[in-house]
Design a protein around this ligand. Structure first.
Ligand SMILES: *Cc1c(COP(=O)(O)O)cnc(C)c1O
Length: 385
């Protein structure tokens, strides 16, 4: 079976893990944690990063630091992994679901229209007219490693006093190469950026996350909150409610090794993407979804759009599996999931369409050239014009 996406440990992972264990530094203290933070921060060109237990924890910490409170609203996408939205509920706030555009990321036109026509600024705080609830933040997801339209989104956020949390959990390494944000990495443009090192992300620590922020005081506060809000290293003094969200040294030891191969992984993802594109040429029934112009993407996940109208997508996944190719369908809309059925969903159109026709195809960094050919042969065979 050619797997969809599996971790790749070709480097110093075992060596560093053994080192961490043999030194006895297995928990939430140890040199690998700071080393991992420094390596990631320097990779995405920011002064500091804070390691935590998961991408979900990174998002939760970021939203709390935005000052979002229970009973408020947070703007978020409907077409993404549900972990991007759940932290809004952890705080007791509710999402307002936004549509995607053809990049699969948040549609800036609809975002702007929503803020303009459905909300008003009251004493500087965006307020939803229908419910009277405050909106202080939005979560933008760089879907499959594709940069959202950050130029537009940052302009809109600034007009309406919204803090921007970038869910860059899928987009570590994605960067602008031209335009206003040339040289800027996904996660480092908004107020907060969250990364994930879950098993299928471009690099993994088994489970883990990282937060970066434009305001270093706020980032230091996030570090404090993630370690139980300890106000004194010796005595048990805690002046706020904290969380046990710190990454462990064992996780970080894997992360340090993975950082050494990140640039290589990005190259492979890019090369494999190009190879897929070339092998699907001539088959009008499928389109490889493109990545934003003016960026270098990490091309973390490949989204194949099935154009043939009557295709039974579930049957397609099963057939491919029988033929030895593991694929999966894009997520169902979060606004249609049970916990979020009653949340506000603003003019969801494109996300509905895309959620019915996108197939994710094998994209591991250790994928072999002949495996790519096999995947394309099977797909071209099943979906011939
Ligand atoms: C993976 C992912 C997360 C959550 O990261 P974890 O480390 O698994 O908690 C959040 N948002 C998106 C879009 C993701 O793909």
């Amino acid at each position: 079976m050619i797997p969809l996406s599996i971790p790749n440990f070709e480097g110093n992972e075992e060596k560093y893990v053994l080192d961490a264990v043999s030194q006895g530094w297995v928990s939430t203290g140890g040199a690998y944690i700071t080393q991992f933070e420094e390596k990631l921060a320097s990779f995405v060109n920011v002064p500091k990063a804070v390691a935590c237990q998961s991408g979900t924890a990174a998002l939760h910490l970021s939203l709390m630091e935005c000052g979002v409170k229970a009973g408020e609203l947070v703007i978020a996408p409907t077409l993404t992994f549900i972990a991007a939205v759940n932290p809004i509920r952890y705080i007791g706030a509710d999402p307002v679901f936004m549509d995607c555009d053809d990049s699969l990321c948040m549609d800036p036109d609809k975002l702007e229209k929503f803020c303009e026509s459905e909300c008003e600024l009251i004493e500087g705080v965006l307020t939803h007219k229908g419910t009277g609830k405050c909106i202080r933040a939005l979560v933008v997801v760089h879907v499959f490693g594709n940069m959202a339209d950050m130029e537009r989104i940052m302009d809109i956020a600034s007009s309406y006093n919204l803090k921007v949390v970038e869910d860059a959990t899928e987009a570590l390494g994605t960067r602008y190469v031209t335009g206003r944000y040339a040289g800027k990495f996904a996660g480092t443009i908004g107020d907060f950026g969250a990364y994930s090192f879950n098993g299928n992300k471009i690099i993994t620590t088994g489970g883990g996350g990282m937060v970066v922020a434009s305001n270093q005081d706020e980032l230091n506060h996030i570090a404090y909150v993630s370690t139980q809000c300890k106000d004194d290293p010796l005595f048990y003094i805690h002046n706020e409610v904290g969380y046990n969200y710190r990454m462990t040294n064992v996780q970080a030891s894997i992360g340090v090794a993975q950082m050494e191969t990140l640039e290589e992984f990005i190259d492979r993802k890019n090369n494999n993407y190009d190879k897929y594109c070339s092998l699907f040429v001539g088959n009008d029934n499928v389109t490889m979804m493109p990545f934003r112009k003016g960026t270098k993407s990490n091309k973390w996940f490949y989204a194949l759009k099935v154009n043939k109208k009557d295709t039974d997508m579930h049957a397609l996944v099963h057939k491919l599996s029988e033929l030895g190719v593991q694929t999966r369908l894009i997520w169902g809309l979060i606004s249609e999931q049970k916990p979020y059925e009653d949340s506000i969903a603003y003019s969801i159109e494109k996300a509905k369409e895309y959620s019915k026709c996108i197939l994710n195809i094998p994209c591991s960094t250790n994928l072999k050239e002949e495996e790519i050919s096999i995947v394309c042969d099977k797909l071209n065979g099943l979906l011939r014009s």
